[in-house]
Design a protein around this ligand. Structure first.
Ligand code: ZN
Length: 189
């Protein structure tokens, strides 16, 4: 039987359900010591520079061109500030049907939570790969994760660390990476 001191906080780690108990205990201890944010920032000191929906679209398109050339074209890729990250869904992937003339055209859209705008490049890679994999595999099954790992070999580690970040925010920790503003680009704001 584990002690109340370690098991009670671990039960609140809703984003990390399914990970080993000793891992949860380590995360709970870092939260208790108020060191979880620092642990993440030590691993990933820098934010990526993808700041606009246009840049995000190009970033995801480049990944798609490298690994999923045959998949259906993407009509839209955007950051979504209204998208809440829940336990089992990291982003959304939808097929929007539109009538064009007398043809019903399906358009694939990827929306990525605005949280990922201020994040390290590794997290942006992880969520982009996750959503792209859904073009081929709907469910979070073995084939889905194999495809994710094909596109991003560090996928499982990165999804874990992203979930650690969500846990940090859930424990009222401050947003990380957002204050490290990129140098002002030579284009109008
Ligand atoms: Zn998914």
């Amino acid at each position: 039987m584990t002690s109340v001191a370690t098991s009670a906080p671990a039960q609140r780690l809703k984003f990390l359900q399914g990970y080993p108990a000793d891992t949860l205990a380590q995360v709970a201890q870092l939260i208790a010591d108020q060191r979880l944010g620092q642990w993440l920032q030590n691993k990933y000191p820098d934010a990526h520079g993808v700041r606009t929906d246009k840049a995000l679209f190009e970033y995801v398109q480049a990944l798609k061109a490298s690994y999923l050339r045959g998949a259906e074209p993407l009509a839209k890729v955007a950051f979504d500030s209204k998208l809440q990250i829940v336990q089992h869904a990291l982003g959304t992937h939808t097929t929007v049907s539109r009538v064009q003339g007398n043809k019903l055209k399906a358009k694939r859209e990827i929306r990525i939570a605005a949280l990922f705008k201020d994040a390290p490049p590794e997290f942006l890679s992880m969520i982009s790969v996750h959503e792209l994999a859904h073009l081929k595999e709907r469910a979070h099954d073995k084939a889905f994760y194999q495809l994710c790992c094909h596109m991003e070999p560090r996928y499982h580690q990165l999804e874990f660390e992203l979930r650690v970040y969500l846990t940090h925010l859930d424990a009222s920790g401050p947003r990380l990476w957002g204050l490290q503003a990129q140098p002002c680009p030579a284009s109008p704001a």
